[in-house]
Design a protein around this ligand. Structure first.
Ligand code: ADP
Ligand code: MG
Length: 146
């Protein structure tokens, strides 16, 4: 399943994240694709806001790999794997506890750890369009029993 929206300002990207957050349940993995400056972190702020975490407290975790926000409706784990060189670094971090726990994982630069992403990962791509942004959501369609 795929959906596509357009945002014309940072505020609208934040709002889109907050709306999307309403659809998230425990254990969701969200991979955020898009170039530097696309709006991935702004969207994550929105998701946090939608889950009850003040967006002003959300900063890019580039140096920490993962930032944790435990106080919302669901715990949020915000990954930025931009500086990760091998997936071994994710194993050292104990990524399984995050990916297979009860929080929501939001991952910037997911293509660097593509092999670690579960099948039910929600993929979101953000790209520049006409001065604003195009945000595309791709969900795995659930297979119905035969
Ligand atoms: P990334 O994390 O993908 O590198 P950021 O989230 O830091 O990008 O966003 C880069 C800039 O783009 C920020 O200043 C953000 O507020 C802005 N931005 C986000 N959405 C839009 C939009 N629809 N129109 C204009 N600017 C936007
Ligand atoms: Mg970012």
């Amino acid at each position: 399943m795929s959906a596509r929206i357009h945002t014309q300002s940072p505020e609208q990207t934040l709002e889109a994240g907050a709306e999307f957050a309403k659809t998230l349940g425990a254990g969701a993995i969200v991979a955020l694709y898009g170039d530097l400056g696309a709006g991935k972190t702004e969207f994550v702020r929105g998701v946090c806001s939608g889950l009850g975490v003040p967006p002003s407290t959300v900063t890019s975790p580039t140096f920490a790999i993962v930032n944790e926000y435990p106080d919302g409706r669901l715990p949020v784990f915000h990954f930025d794997v931009y500086r990760v060189k091998t997936v071994g670094e994710l194993f050292e971090l104990g990524y399984e506890d995050y990916f297979f726990g009860d929080g929501v994982c939001l991952i910037e630069w997911p293509s660097l750890i593509e092999a670690l992403l579960p099948d039910d990962t929600i993929r979101i791509n953000i790209s520049h369009l006409d001065g604003g942004r195009e945000i595309t959501f791709d969900y795995q369609v659930e297979q119905s029993p035969a």
